[in-house]
Design a protein around this ligand. Structure first.
Ligand SMILES: [Fe+2]
Length: 121
């Protein structure tokens, strides 16, 4: 049986266009205090943004330390095509340390992933 994880593109598999969702977030936060998370696709080299070739969506999940049902869905953004750039910022709060996962879908090059760890002090 095929598994979805087998077709995810990891950050190290990068092509001529930049697909990896770059996650900008603090590495440590205070419990329960809001902080901003920005996810951008094509931060260094812009990805095409046309009807024919674009980033369609960005999804964010969190794997939270000590939580039994991981991961949890944090946010989904529909950003394509043509008018919405693949860059989103949203406020988030954590009570426990977590790994934040970002997925993005290019209509030609598939689903790409990245992650960062955030420590709750
Ligand atoms: Fe692409």
């Amino acid at each position: 049986m095929a598994k979805f994880g087998d077709i995810l593109n990891p950050p190290e598999k990068e092509g001529k266009e930049k697909h990896v969702p770059v996650i900008e977030a603090p590495s440590s936060v205070k419990a329960g205090e809001a902080f901003d998370v920005t996810v951008v696709v094509g931060k260094e080299v812009a990805h095409p943004n046309t009807i024919e070739h674009h980033i369609k969506w960005i999804q964010i999940y969190a794997s939270i330390e000590g939580r039994p049902n991981n991961p949890v869905h944090v946010a989904t953004f529909d950003v394509g095509p043509t008018f919405g750039d693949p860059k989103v910022t949203f406020p988030m709060k954590l009570e426990n340390s977590a790994s934040i996962f970002a997925l993005e879908y290019c209509n030609i090059h598939g689903v790409w992933e990245n992650s960062v760890d955030i420590t709750v002090e």
